[in-house]
Write a protein that binds this ligand. Structure first.
Ligand code: ADP
Ligand code: MG
Length: 577
C-alpha cells in the first residue's frame, strides 16, 4: 500500500504526459487518512469506459453494527443503502466533468426504485467499500495531473467521509431501509401460508410519475384500498399488523373499464417480486418471487419448446415438419411466442403467471362462441388460454393473474374477479359468476383436446452457446436492458419486462459465460442449470462472476432463462422423462 504523498508525487510527475502514463497507478493501492483507494483498472483514453476504483473504509472507522448485515436480506439492503448514499455524496463532493471525454466524472451504480443485490457497494466484518467509475482527467490526450490530484486526493476521500461510515450514513435511515426490505421478504414468505400469491397493502401508491420514470407521482395518486371481501391482515416484523388486498392462489381476473388502473396494478405486481426503497409507494406490495410476466412477442426465436398444450396440429406447408411438442421457430407468431413464454416460465419453476390483455395475442387468450361456430375447432391449432388456465392451477399448481377487460368468457374459469373502478379495487366475483350462469346459452365450448401435462424438460447444448464462435475477442456485454451482446450474437430482451436494470443484463451475460464453461452438460436440464446458477450466486456472490470489477446486479433465474431461450444459436435436446 502506497502513501498519499506517493500518489501526489506521481501525479505531479506525469502531469502533461500522454494518457497512457496513468497506467502507472493501475493495480496500485493508496492509504489515505481514514480510507484506502484501490485502482483496479485504468482506462485507455479519456473517452473510453471510465477507470475502476474501490474506495474502502476499514471497519474500525466505518463502525457499522454487525446486525445491519447479518443475513442476506439485510446485507443486500444495507449495501443498496450505501450505494445510494455514495451517489448523493458524489453529487455534493465532486466538481464532475472537467477536461476531455469523461474526465473528472465519478459514478456509482446505485440503482433505481428496487432494492437489488449488486456489486456497487460491499460490506463485511473488515471494511465497507464503494465501487466507483472514475474518469481520470485529461485535456485532449494529455494527463491533467493537477485535476487528478484534486479528484483522487480531495474528492474521493471526501466521498468516503460523507458516505462510508455509520455516522455519515445515519443509523436510523439505514435501519429503516433494511427494515423495509425485511418486511417485504416477510410479506413474501407469509403469502403461501395464507393461500395467497400476492398482497397489496392499503395506502400503497401504484402509479408512477410517467411512462419514462419509475418514481412515485408527486400528486394526484389515488391510494390503494382493499375491498372488504379480499382484505387480509398480516403481521410484519417491523411494520406490525398490515392490512391490504390478498390475491388468492388460483385464477384471478382484473377487470374494469379502460384507464381505470388495471395495467398499473399488474405492473406493480410484476415489480413487487423485489423489495422497493422507502418512499416508493410499493414497499408493501409483494408477489411470489417466482411471478413471471407473460406476453406475446412475435418474431422471437423458440427452440424445442413443448407448446402442444396450447398449439397443436399446425397446417402443412412451412410448418409441416414442426412438431409442437418440440416447437422451433426463428420468427414465432404472437400466439406461439406467448405459448412458449408460458411453457418456458413453468419449465424454469414459475408458479405465478401475470398476463395483460394489452400485451397478449387476442387469438391466444380466447375464441368466442361465434368464432367457434364459424371456424370449426378441427381447423384451429390454438387451444386458447381460457381453456388451460384452470388446469394450469388444478394440475400443475400454477396460478394466474390476468388483466382482462375485454372478454367475459373468463368468468367461467376464474376463482376471483377484481374490478378496478377509478383506481380502486372491488370484489365482483359473485356478480361475474352470476352473469356467467345466466348467459349459459352463448357460452363457448371448451377446446382442449387432451388433458394438460407438465411440459417436457429440455437440455440446452453448451456448444451452441459459444460466445466467440472461434474468434479471439469475445465480447460479452449489455446494451441497457434491451440487448445482450454475446460474442457474435445479440439477444433481444426488450420483451422481458421484469429485467429491470442494465446491470442485471450484464450479470446475465457473465452467468451465461460461466454456465457454458462450468455448469452445462449432456444431462443437465435447463431447470437444473438454473439451480446451479442460483447456487453459485448464493454461495459466491456476484463479485465472483467477473475477473475484473463490473457493475452487476443479481437477476432472477427467470430472466437468466429468458436470455438463454432467446439466444438465436441455442440448440436443445429433449430430456427423457
Ligand atoms: P387500464 O389498464 O385500466 O386501461 P392503466 O393502469 O393503464 O389503466 O391506467 C391509466 C392511467 O391512470 C395511467 O396513466 C396511470 O398512471 C393512471 N393511474 C393508475 N392508477 C392510478 C392511481 N391509483 N391514481 C392515479 N392515477 C392512476
Ligand atoms: Mg391496460
Amino acid at each position: 500500500m502506497h502513501s498519499e504523498e506517493e500518489l501526489e508525487h506521481l501525479l505531479r510527475r506525469i502531469d502533461g504526459r500522454g494518457y497512457k502514463a496513468y497506467k502507472e497507478i493501475q493495480r496500485e493501492a493508496f492509504e489515505f487518512d481514514g480510507c484506502q483507494l484501490f485502482i483496479d483498472h485504468v482506462q485507455g483514453d479519456p473517452f473510453a469506459a471510465p477507470s475502476r476504483m474501490r474506495l474502502r473504509v476499514p471497519m474500525e472507522e466505518a463502525c457499522i453494527p454487525a446486525d445491519l448485515f447479518s443475513n442476506r436480506v439485510r446485507r443486500v439492503a444495507f449495501e443498496d443503502f450505501v450505494a445510494r448514499a455514495v451517489a448523493r455524496a458524489i453529487r455534493y463532493e465532486t466538481r464532475g466533468q472537467r477536461g476531455s471525454g469523461k474526465s473528472g466524472r465519478v459514478l456509482i451504480d446505485s440503482g433505481r426504485q428496487e432494492i437489488l443485490e449488486r456489486t456497487a457497494a460491499s460490506v463485511c466484518s473488515e471494511f465497507l467499500e464503494a465501487r466507483l467509475e472514475v474518469g481520470l482527467p485529461a485535456t485532449g490526450r494529455r494527463v491533467l495531473g493537477r485535476e487528478a490530484e484534486v479528484l483522487l486526493l480531495d474528492e474521493l476521500p471526501a466521498i468516503a467521509r460523507a458516505s462510508l461510515s455509520m455516522e455519515a450514513l445515519g443509523e436510523e435511515d439505514a435501519r429503516r431501509h433494511i427494515e423495509c426490505a425485511e418486511d417485504h421478504a416477510a410479506l413474501q414468505s407469509a403469502l403461501d401460508e395464507h393461500g395467497l400469491v400476492a398482497f397489496v397493502a392499503d395506502a400503497a401508491v401504484l402509479p408512477r410519475e410517467s411512462g419514462a420514470s419509475d418514481r412515485p407521482p408527486q400528486k394526484d395518486a389515488v391510494p390503494f384500498m382493499a375491498p372488504d371481501a379480499l382484505r387480509v391482515s398480516l403481521r410484519l416484523p417491523y411494520a406490525g399488523q398490515v392490512s391490504g388486498m390478498g390475491i388468492p392462489k388460483g385464477v384471478t381476473l382484473i377487470v374494469g373499464g379502460g384507464y381505470h388502473g388495471k395495467s398499473t396494478l399488474l405492473r406493480a405486481l410484476e415489480r413487487s417480486v423485489h423489495p422497493h426503497i422507502p418512499g416508493d409507494g410499493r414497499e408493501r406490495v409483494a408477489a411470489r418471487s417466482s411471478a413471471v410476466k407473460i406476453r406475446a412477442e412475435d418474431g422471437r426465436r423458440v427452440m424445442g419448446c413443448d407448446i402442444h398444450a396450447f398449439i397443436d396440429a399446425l397446417p402443412g406447408g412451412l410448418s409441416a415438419t414442426r412438431s409442437t411438442d418440440a416447437f422451433e421457430s426463428d420468427d414465432a407468431s404472437g400466439s406461439t411466442s406467448q405459448a412458449a413464454n408460458i411453457v418456458e416460465a413453468i419449465e424454469a419453476g414459475s408458479d405465478l403467471l401475470l398476463l395483460d390483455e394489452d400485451t397478449s395475442a387476442t387469438n391466444f387468450m380466447v375464441r368466442d362462441a361465434r368464432m367457434q361456430a364459424l371456424v370449426h375447432p378441427d381447423h384451429e391449432p390454438i387451444t386458447p388460454f381460457v381453456d388451460r388456465v384452470r388446469e394450469l392451477h388444478d394440475t400443475l399448481g400454477v396460478s394466474s393473474v390476468l388483466v382482462m377487460g375485454g372478454s367475459g368468457d373468463y368468468f367461467d374459469v376464474a376463482d376471483t374477479v377484481i374490478e378496478m373502478r377509478a383506481y380502486q379495487p372491488r370484489d365482483v366475483t359473485a356478480r361475474a359468476k352470476r352473469i356467467a350462469s345466466e348467459h349459459r346459452n352463448d357460452r363457448r365450448q371448451p377446446e382442449a383436446r387432451q388433458p394438460l401435462e407438465a411440459p417436457h424438460q429440455r437440455i440446452p447444448d453448451r456448444r451452441s452457446l459459444d460466445p466467440s464462435r472461434g474468434r479471439h475477442d469475445v465480447r460479452v456485454d449489455a446494451r441497457g436492458t434491451d440487448t445482450l451482446v454475446f460474442g457474435t450474437t445479440e439477444i433481444d430482451l426488450r420483451a422481458v419486462e421484469q429485467l429491470l436494470d442494465p446491470s442485471q443484463t450484464r450479470a446475465i451475460a457473465r452467468i451465461l459465460v460461466r454456465a457454458r464453461e462450468e455448469w452445462m452438460g449432456p444431462n443437465v436440464t435447463l431447470a437444473e442449470l438454473l439451480d446451479r446458477v442460483e447456487g453459485a450466486l448464493d454461495e459466491q456472490g456476484l463479485d465472483r462472476f467477473s475477473d475484473r470489477p463490473m457493475n452487476l446486479a443479481r437477476p432472477r433465474r427467470f430472466e437468466v432463462a429468458a436470455a438463454l431461450n432467446r439466444m438465436r444459436s441455442l440448440r436443445v435436446e429433449q430430456a427423457r422423462s
